[in-house]
Design a protein around this ligand. Sequence first.
Ligand code: SAH
Ligand code: DHB
Ligand code: MG
Length: 231
Amino acid sequence: MSGSVYRVAEPDPKALDELFNRLLQTEDEALIAARKAGTAAGMPPIEVSAQHGRLLSILATAIRATRVLEIGTLAGFSTIQLARGVGQEGRVVTLEYDPKHAEVARENLRRAGVDDRVEVIVGAALDTLPTLADRGEPFDLIFIDADKENNVAYVEWAVKLAATGSIIVVDNIARFGRVLDPAPDDLQARAVNDMLEMMGAHPRLDAAAIQTVGTKGWDGFAVAIVKEPAE
Ligand code: SAH
Ligand code: DHB
Ligand code: MG
């Protein structure tokens, strides 16, 4: 439109994320410290963005989740947000393969004051998930964010461990668009593609896939609700 008063910015999703973090006061000292501790321990900086983390917290609170399951802890950045979302009486179980990651996460959770409501279970998730089924306590919210190759299996487990009305969130459904037409050797992108197909065909899931830009580039997450089993 000629003579428009609107100014269109050059695309700078990272700077905009930083603005959101500042204006919304998204990160406190415990979250900043958790991120730094992960990097200092040599972990890749692949935790959810501050905004995505806050969304997880809001979601947990909004659905009044009291039991949350996370697959993939890293340094516990997203875990802290989930733990905050469930409140003091809530519980979070988080599954982590690497004992060093789990150790850093436990320290971060302690610093954030939520260690009493979080259980970090060390091991390959496909080995530890069956022990959760044995407990027989369903989860209200399940956040899947570990090795993408196992995403189909993780969603199947999530449905098994969920109740009707539970929410499943899966991170990294775009990965710079690699999921659109995965290269034959891109096993992660293929697995995400397979997972989305599986979610779409699943009789107990209604799912949405949301693309995002921001500090972590072009990516996104899927959100699904677990429906009543068919008669
Ligand atoms: N949710 C975290 C980021 C997780 S990164 C956050 O947003 O802060 C992915 C994590 O999954 C890594 O710590 C990695 O060690 C872990 N992981 C990889 N394979 C796994 C497996 N088979 N079982 C459990 N955890 C696994
Ligand atoms: C990777 C994994 C993640 O969970 C993520 O959010 C970003 C990147 C990765 O393995 O590269
Ligand atoms: Mg991720």
